[in-house]
Write a protein that binds this ligand. Structure first.
Ligand SMILES: [Zn+2]
Ligand SMILES: [Zn+2]
Length: 346
């Protein structure tokens, strides 16, 4: 039996319980989980603000563990290998999105690693747990020597920022502006700097601006100051990681002709855009959602090679709820990670 932290219904407390994973199929791998990151979307799912929540729910989709069992048809995976699982636990594999490596846009709907049903219709419970069972095609190898706890948040937060950096060709000669220095923003700064881009950051917090520079940003601006004027027309891409309602119109003028503002945060309120800011500058508003399995594997390797890792606060499982409250208030440096090592003994 799996030890897990579960909510009985939307908005209730997490309680320690035992759940049953699906029996190990021929293509399945069991992971003995070591760490799980806490993503803002865990809170959204637990509150069921967007509807469709499946309860009882065990959240968690940034999990890292060691392979403890492999099915009969699994190849290339050995007991003891360090592996991660992000948001995607399965997909149809045959639609055009799956075939092109974009499982997260699977046309028949992909299986989330929690708050979802597996392809056989059983409830899929997430990574706030002692172990996990997943098809081996959806594993993300964690490079040898990597700090497992600091790599866990890359499985959702990391790939969320890596995908648009890759898609829009960020590298030497490009200038990127990151809005918001939080779970996503602090990773975007690191990845983009490692890719050779010039990174500009906007944050109202002086402490976060200092952190942004330490993480590789060339310049960190207070969005309310006049310093922003010097950057008009200078940026190729703006990554907007802010999940609260905010004014986009302030930022389009920073883009040069053809520049793009890409939303990564998902505010649940309407955002308004003054059309002239887009039309006259040949600019565009984009959105990007996590990334496919192949890109997630590539991102993990890139991160390890280039020393990119999440800045974390490691917590015990009984501190999850307190961490959720702090995360809700934006009080985290910069990602909570749950230490699951002794979950079974406790
Ligand atoms: Zn997430
Ligand atoms: Zn598909």
């Amino acid at each position: 039996m799996t030890v897990a932290y579960q909510l009985q219904s939307a908005g209730t407390h997490l309680s320690r319980t035992r759940i049953e994973r699906r029996p190990l199929g021929p293509r399945d791998v069991q992971l003995d989980l070591k760490y799980c990151g806490i993503c803002h979307s865990d809170l959204v799912a637990a509150s069921d603000k967007l509807g469709g929540g499946m309860f009882p729910m065990v959240p968690g989709h940034e999990m890292v563990g060691l392979v403890s069992e492999v099915g009969t048809e699994v190849s290339g995976v050995s007991i003891g290998d360090a592996m991660g699982v992000g948001c995607i636990a399965d997909s149809c594999r045959v639609c055009s999105s799956c075939e092109s490596g974009d499982e997260h846009y699977c046309e028949t709907g992909f299986t989330l690693s929690f708050n979802s049903k597996d392809r056989d219709g059983r409830a899929n419970h997430g990574g706030y747990a002692s172990d996990y069972v997943v098809d081996y095609d959806y594993l993300v190898p964690i490079p040898e020597g990597a700090d497992l706890a600091r790599m866990a948040p890359l499985l959702c937060g990391g790939i969320t920022v890596y995908t648009p950096l890759k898609r829009f060709g960020v590298g030497p000669g490009t200038t990127l502006c990151v809005l918001g220095v939080g779970g996503l923003g602090h990773l975007a700064i690191q990845f983009a700097s490692a890719m050779g881009a010039r990174v500009l950051v906007a944050s109202r917090s002086q402490a976060k601006r200092a952190d942004a520079k330490r993480l590789g940003a060339e310049l960190a601006l207070d969005p309310d100051s006049d310093d922003v004027q010097a950057w008009l027309g200078q940026c190729d891409l703006i990554l907007d990681t802010i999940s609260n309602p905010h004014d986009l119109n302030q930022w389009f003028p920073l883009l040069r002709r053809g520049g793009k503002l890409c939303l990564l945060g998902v505010p649940t309120d309407q955002l308004s855009v003054f059309p002239a800011l887009i039309v006259f500058g040949d600019r565009s508003l984009e959105g990007s959602l996590i990334g496919g399995i192949a890109d997630t594997r590539e991102m993990m390797q890139f991160a390890h090679t280039n020393g990119v890792a999440a800045e974390i606060e490691l917590i015990t499982p009984d501190e999850i709820e307190a961490a959720w409250h702090r995360l809700h208030d934006g009080d985290v440096q910069y990602r909570f990670v749950i230490d699951l090592e002794h979950l079974k003994d406790g």
